[in-house]
Structures are given as C-alpha cells and as structure tokens.
Design a protein around this ligand. Structure first.
Ligand code: SAH
Ligand code: DHB
Ligand code: MG
Length: 234
C-alpha cells in the first residue's frame, strides 16, 4: 500500500469511528495503559471493536470465548454486549498482557463478567473442554459459547477453530481475525506458519460439514487485512 492510500484509510476510519464508535474514558485508558506497558499496538480498531459488539448483540450472546486478550480492548467491546449475568472467558499466555487486561477490565466494571485464563490457549482449551464434558454429564445441556473470537497466534488458527466447534452450539458464531495480512493469505507456497495456520482454518470452514462461513477483506488504520465469519450448523 502507498502512504497516500494509508492516509486515506486512516481518515475514513477516523470519520467512521468518531461518528459511530466514539471512544469513552474506559476505552481510551485501556489503550493508553496498554501502550504505557509496552504492549504491541495490535488491538482491533475502534470500528472493528464496535462490529464485534454488534455481532455479539445480534447473536444474543450470553457466553463468549475470546482467544488472545492482549490488553483487553476487544474484550471490553465484546463483554459490553453481554447481559449482567453473561460470561466472557478470554485466554492469554503472556502474564504481563493479562495483568494489563485485568486492570483495564476491572476499570471497565466488567470483572464480574470477564474471566482471564493465563497460559497457552491450547492448554486452557483442553481444560475448558473437560469442564464442558463434566457439565454435559451433570445437566441435559452443556453451556456452550454463543460466540468465539479467535485472535491469538495465527499458527494455531485451525486448532482453535476445532476447539471452538467443540465448545459451541448450532447457531454459534466464530470470528477469525487477521486472515488477509496484506494479501499474504493467497500464497499457497507460503512457509510462514501464520499463513499456513490461517489457510488451514479457512479450508476447515470450507470443508467441515458443521461449518458455513465467509471471509471479508478490510482496509483501515490497521492496514490491509480481513476477517472470517463462520456459523456452526446442527
Ligand atoms: N484481541 C486483542 C488482540 C490480541 S493480540 C484485541 O483486539 O484487543 C494477540 C494476543 O494473543 C497477544 O496478547 C498474545 O500474547 C496472545 N497469544 C499469542 N499466542 C498465544 C497462545 N498460544 N495462547 C494464548 N495467547 C496467545
Ligand atoms: C498481529 C496480531 C493481531 O491480532 C492483529 O490484529 C494484528 C497484528 C500480529 O501479530 O502482528
Ligand atoms: Mg487481531
């Protein structure tokens, strides 16, 4: 992308965000404290955060799973869509990121709704799977997640998607962030583990009998990227 293009994408994002997804004190502070703590500036853009919020509302979500917390910015957008007795579990392997997120989530008044599980997401997912099984044995219905936001190490995207299928119900929504990466996703000969992981996840959406989905390219403050949406079928 040229600098001129990026400037235009920035100004359109600024316009949309100011109008439709304006920052409040909590969101501003969450980003500022993430910056101060030296976290990478890779949280979703504000208008993307608002999209996650709307999708959770449209979904009527009561339980949300997020993989990749960072400073809790996307977590706040998602958790704000939940009812007061809702639950969001977010998985983060970096304890320093989790500390920043915990403070941001508490300041947002969401600490009763949000639980951060620290450790490699694949380990936390194994634990969540066991909890899910135990619940299924006790009750007629396990408590599935209504929405899963996958936004951690891209190399594991297909594994995360498989776990998401285990932990959801027919009608649940799975969102995969950063599936375009400047167009790199189309490189079938790529040896980049992140690209391979994302391509496997997209192929799984295409092939799996219990998934239907699509992917959309985006431009904006975060450059040229995109996301995939998948709906869990019966
Ligand atoms: N969802 C956040 C951004 C997440 S950035 C937002 O939009 O605000 C990706 C995060 O995933 C980073 O904090 C990184 O530490 C974490 N991560 C990377 N690999 C992981 C793994 N194997 N398990 C859990 N978290 C991981
Ligand atoms: C990266 C990760 C993200 O989740 C994102 O939205 C942008 C960039 C990264 O690892 O570079
Ligand atoms: Mg992301």
């Amino acid at each position: 992308m040229t600098q001129e293009q990026q400037e235009q994408w920035d100004s359109v994002d600024d316009y949309f965000t100011t109008l439709l997804a304006p920052a409040d004190e909590t969101l501003t502070t969450a980003l500022r404290d993430s910056d101060t703590a030296g976290l990478p500036r890779i949280a979703v853009a504000p208008n993307q955060g608002k999209l996650l919020h709307l999708l959770a509302q449209i979904q009527g979500a009561r339980r949300i799973l997020e993989i990749g917390t960072l400073g809790g910015y996307s977590t706040i957008w998602l958790a704000r869509a939940l009812p007061t007795d809702g639950r969001l579990i977010t998985l983060e392997h970096n304890p320093a990121h989790a500390d920043v997120a915990r403070a941001n989530i508490a300041r947002a008044g969401l600490d009763k709704i949000v639980e951060i599980r620290v450790g490699p997401a694949l380990d936390s997912l194994t634990v969540l799977g066991a909890e899910h099984e135990a619940h299924a044995e006790r009750a007629a219905r396990p408590e599935p997640f209504d929405l899963v936001f996958i936004d951690a190490d891209k190399v594991n995207n297909a594994h995360y998607l498989e776990w998401a299928l285990e932990l959801t119900r027919p009608g649940s929504l799975i969102i995969l962030d950063n599936v375009v990466r400047g167009g790199a996703v189309t490189d079938a000969t790529s040896t980049d583990p992140a690209i391979l992981g994302t391509r496997s996840a997209l192929e799984l959406i295409a092939e799996h009998p219990r998934l239907t989905g699509t992917a959309v390219q985006t431009v904006g403050t975060k450059g040229y990227d995109g996301f995939a949406l998948a709906r869990v079928l019966a």
